[in-house]
Design a protein around this ligand. Sequence first.
Ligand code: NAP
Ligand code: HSE
Length: 430
Amino acid sequence: MEKVKIALLGLGNVGSGVWKIFNTNKNEVSRRSGCEVEIAKVLVRDKFKQRKVDVPPDMLTTNPDDIFKDESIKIVAELIGGIDPAKEYILRAMRSKKHVVTANKMLLATSGEELFKTAEEEDVYFYYEASVGGGIPIIREINESLTANKIMEIVGILNGTTNYILSKMSKEHMDFKAALDEAKEKGYAEADPTSDIEGYDPVYKLAIIASLSFGAKITVDDIYREGITKITPLDIKYACKFGYTIKLLSIGKVCPDGIELRVHPTMIPKAHPLSNVNDSFNAIYINGNAVGELMLYGKGAGDLPTGSAVVSDIISILRNNGSQYICTSLKNHMPHKKIKPLKENISQYYIRLSVIDMPGVLGEISTILGRNNVSILTVTQDVKSKHDVSLIFITHEAKEGDMQKSIDNIKKLTCINKVESIIRIENFNE
Ligand code: NAP
Ligand code: HSE
């Protein structure tokens, strides 16, 4: 059996998962790849750090030359994250004629073109299944299994950390910080969790899968972004009362007037399958014009699920069965397509206001909404005191631009203490 040496760049959450899989599933890896795979070197920042896995000390290095200058190493898995030095290391690996596997969605979504161009020039494989959906094989699904389709819509829960936080807040009434701390401890969160909680991470992921699905060059700037930091236990309580669950959804839709792209907290009906995707699980709903609707579900973060995707990519390279399929899909000659402006999006809205209890308040607010073509479906009032009354409106479908104009005017009313929250509602044409 052919012996192949590989190297890992990084031995954090994902790197440790990859190490464990190579050790526990050694026979499966050999049988499926036809090769005896040896992890020859592991690049880290600190050789003396306490690790979750027992890696022989002489295998660890802090010197990247030990990997890039070693011609016997054929494949490099980049599991450092971020841009610097991950990008430089990937480019160096490719220029040293090594195939590369990465889990780095931030880098792919922001510098993908340059990386794919270099992979092509150097004639090396560049695979990235772990970059979206952790253990869910979404990239292969889009690039191989669904190629007969025009994909019209993708709606996903693409971030494990925020889904974990929202699930814990909803089901166990845990507070935001405690839930985030647990997600960090379990290895779901990014090194800087701002990327998760402010929605940057799912934006990177949506940019990757929307580009592949819609055959268009989609950049992070094309995607509207809102994170979950403004979601309060009170909003979760009201969502539940009205029959909804709050999820951080990533939405891509091909519409007659352009591609709709947005990541934001969304109220979805409790009965919808995405509503029951909890903890670190991710799910991606896809609508193709031939296959119809399908949904992929699995663990979207964590050492072993993500490691599963990384190791599968390595096996694919060793089998040499991937051709440049995956590489070609994100190349720079993808056309730009029209992106639908957010203000044209149509949605229902949940609006929570804190107001002063005085005659005419409801009338003033509903007049503003009506004048801007926003029709009210329900109003709920909760009186805390004469000076602090919660008014919760659920609207019929309205244009985002009309809603924004309404809110700008509502903020100017003297009876308004604060616009506490505005959350979009997706009813999925129910
Ligand atoms: P992590 O736990 O922070 O691990 C990063 C590793 O990279 C550490 O071992 C660190 O070394 C090493 N490293 C950092 N800077 C370095 C440098 N300048 N030179 C050499 N080594 C360096 O990160 P992670 O959670 O494993 O994530 C890695 C990548 O996978 C990221 O791109 C992330 O977005 C992606 N990803 C993560 C998950 C997940 O569930 N965590 C899921 C999918 C994708 P030390 O250990 O010595 O500090
Ligand atoms: N931080 C990411 C998440 C890791 O929570 O989903 C998986 O990409």
